[in-house]
Design a protein around this ligand. Sequence first.
Ligand code: TTP
Length: 186
Amino acid sequence: MKTLILASGSPRRREIWQQVGLEFSVVPSSKEEVITRQDPREAVMELALMKAEDIAGQTERGSLVVGADTVVVKDGKILGKPENEEDAARMLRLLSGGRHQICTGVACILDGQKKVFCEETSVEFYDLSEEEIKEYIDTGEPMDKAGGYGIQGRAAGFIRGIEGDYYNVMGFPIARFLHLLKKWNR
Ligand SMILES: Cc1cn([C@H]2C[C@H](O)[C@@H](COP(=O)(O)OP(=O)(O)OP(=O)(O)O)O2)c(=O)[nH]c1=O
């Protein structure tokens, strides 16, 4: 097995990798995330690749470096992490009572070889009252998460349904990644 490096500071991604028994090191990229593309799939793949390239330049041969980036997409518009509590409330109001998508881009680099993909999951929210939104923001949970919520936390109570990979919503499509690794090792 190659040396695996997770180029992400996200505690959720670390948990998911640990859950499936991967052995890896964490080396987060400190590159600033600037979304320049309108197309969400292109945007997350570009950012994931930027994070992986940043770390791949500092690693030894034989290291597989993996970067990822997650955004929420509502009516074609990208929602990243909220800038402040008011921004989080705006995002949650937008997501209330409807369906949105989560796009996670994943970029893998091994000795200059690159593989990049994007996984999409659809999530539907129940209607949220202003009081629920305020209470949720008061927990502090929305602030470091795309779209202002965490499906793995209290926002579990907002979810009417989900179509696709749950772990993709949490920030990393683990099964598709492992499938890619198996094919790569052949
Ligand atoms: C929608 C949603 C997002 N998130 C999180 C996953 C990601 O950590 C975060 C999106 O931010 P990202 O910019 O993808 O990742 P990050 O800043 O946490 O880490 P790094 O840049 O070092 O790779 O939102 C959840 O944890 N649960 C959810 O339900």
